[in-house]
Design a protein around this ligand. Structure first.
Ligand code: CP
Ligand code: NVA
Length: 313
């Protein structure tokens, strides 16, 4: 039986994360585990292949893991720095897509607008991978559930609490969490909830895996009994002007030792990084033995390699 009966199509792209059903996510995690265990086995798998990386925003983890990942699979990367001018300013995005597809075998793009990714995918016959947009961060969430599976041995019924802004990372945790059968509880300040359409989509997928999606305002209620406590920055890239106002609103949502006390005894702390220490998380939590943030960072490499193998292989 298909794990998801909802009308989701599997495409050659990874734009939102909603295109991949539960079986495809399991396949990805399986492959990532093998890539991690036997990196040498895959060292020539993408020989002769080229990958374009278009970044409208800064990056450490995503850029390095895609570049190192592609090269360790035998392929090559071309980095297109669009942190000064946005894609589409010099020439129309469809023309960028139609040109790139003549030279390279895949596009990884980090954009402000989700529409930029959708346009690239609509006009290029090669795979397009979302390396973070204002709306989603699918590679991050797929990797984080891989990290949690390693830690807990399974994901069905795992209780994850996300505390903070209902942003791109939160959206992708909802979408991916519903597919892997994890219970996802989100606590945000009023007015900063995740997008209602994404919550509805996650709830539809959650019905198939019998997981629960809850959107709350109390961080204490969200974290109570959770096995994984996740937070992210209060102001995302592009929201720098709002940082001061947001700091005041989000202060009660800081993940500190008192909040972690409410979680399950074996609870872990997660953060996609970069973190603002002393804001959304204290040093005491992020540097504690419960913190698995650098395991998350490492696994971005193995997941990125598995994504490239599945889409470009
Ligand atoms: N977590 C993450 O995507 O980090 P970067 O912004 O450094 O790529
Ligand atoms: N929400 C953050 C995630 C960074 C990886 C941002 O978009 O800036």
């Amino acid at each position: 039986m298909n794990a998801l009966a909802t009308p989701l199509t599997i495409t050659r792209d990874l734009l939102a994360g909603t295109e991949w059903n539960a079986a495809r996510v399991r396949e990805l995690h399986h492959l990532a585990a093998d890539v991690k265990a036997r990196p040498g086995h895959y060292s020539g798998a993408l020989g002769g292949r080229f990958l374009a990386l278009i970044f409208e925003k800064p990056s450490l983890r995503t850029r390095v893991t895609f570049e190192v990942g592609m090269q360790s699979l035998g392929g090559s990367t071309v980095f297109l720095d669009h942190t000064v001018s946005r894609l589409g300013e010099r020439e129309a995005i469809p023309d960028v897509a139609r040109s790139l597809e003549r030279w390279v075998h895949g596009i990884v793009a980090r954009t402000f607008e989700q529409r930029t990714l959708d346009l690239l995918a609509a006009h290029a016959s090669i795979p397009v991978i979302n390396a973070l947009s204002g709306r989603y961060h699918p590679c991050q969430a797929l990797s984080d559930f891989f990290t949690l599976e390693e830690r807990f041995g399974g994901l069905r019924g795992l209780k994850l609490a996300y505390v903070g802004d209902g942003n791109n990372v939160c959206h992708s945790l909802l979408v991916a969490g519903a597919r892997v059968g994890a219970h996802v509880r989100v606590a945000t300040p009023a007015g900063y909830e995740p997008d209602a359409a994404i919550v509805a989509e996650a709830r539809r997928a959650a019905k198939e895996t019998r997981s629960k999606i809850e959107i709350l305002h109390s961080p204490q209620e969200a974290v109570a009994g959770a096995q994984a406590v996740y937070t992210d920055v209060w102001a995302s890239m592009g929201q720098e002007d709002e940082a001061a106002a947001r700091a005041a609103v989000f202060a009660p949502y800081q993940v500190n030792e008192a909040l972690m006390e409410l979680a399950a005894p074996d609870a872990v702390f997660l953060h996609c990084l970069p973190a603002h220490r002393g804001a959304e998380v204290t040093d005491a939590v992020i540097d504690s033995p419960r913190s698995i943030v650098y395991d998350q960072a490492e696994n971005r490499l193995h997941i990125q390699k598995a994504i490239l193998l599945m889409l470009l292989g």
